[in-house]
Structure formats: structure tokens, C-alpha cells
Design a protein around this ligand. Structure first.
Ligand SMILES: [Zn+2]
Length: 65
């Protein structure tokens, strides 16, 4: 269902493609978006809608270029 359209989506933060895992969409850039019980996922950025999966010792790519 959602996996049928996940290939059409991209991360609004870094524009990376998504992967679907359990009830979460992960982008290859490490951003995650929770899938609600109703089966929808909010891709709205800004505020607390975006969760970055970054291990403490993982270096974050510079974004100032
Ligand atoms: Zn991303």
C-alpha cells in the first residue's frame, strides 16, 4: 500500500529517496517520518516534524556549501 508509492516520494529535507520500515519512512540521509495508524505520513518540515537519526559519533555533512 504505502510501499507502492514510497518510490515516488523523496525526503523534503535532503531530497533523498525513502525506504519503508515498519511504521517509519527513512530517507538515506537519515531523516525519519512516522507513519500514522491511519496509514498516512506527514512530510511537513519545520518544527518538530522531522527527526534526524544521527548516532552521537556520526559526523553530519556540512550544509554550508
Ligand atoms: Zn532526508
Amino acid at each position: 500500500m504505502l510501499s507502492a508509492v514510497v518510490d515516488l516520494l523523496c525526503c523534503p529535507v535532503c531530497r533523498a529517496p525513502f525506504e519503508c520500515a515498519d511504521r517509519t519512512l527513512w530517507c538515506t540521509g537519515g531523516h525519519s517520518f512516522d507513519i500514522s495508524k491511519q496509514g498516512y505520513v506527514s512530510l511537513l518540515g519545520g518544527g518538530g516534524a522531522v527527526f534526524v537519526r544521527t548516532p552521537p559519533r556520526c559526523s553530519v555533512p556540512e550544509q554550508d556549501s
